[in-house]
Design a protein around this ligand. Structure first.
Ligand SMILES: [Zn+2]
Length: 58
């Protein structure tokens, strides 16, 4: 199973699904909703804890 997270766009505040490997620090992604460039930040990882929990629990 691949680890995916819901990453919150700092601009439009919508979350979009990302593979964790794709948003590792230093990689720039584009928001699927507004097209804003988003980089990995602590703020964007608000939902990460939940995603990780779900990932670890089968
Ligand atoms: Zn956005």
């Amino acid at each position: 199973m691949e680890l995916t997270i819901d990453y919150e766009c700092p601009q439009c505040k919508k979350s979009f699904h990302q593979r964790f490997a794709d948003i590792s620090p230093g990689k720039i992604r584009k928001c699927t909703h507004c097209g804003a460039t988003v980089a990995l930040t602590l703020e964007g990882l608000r939902g990460f804890e939940k995603a990780l929990e779900a990932y670890c629990r089968p």
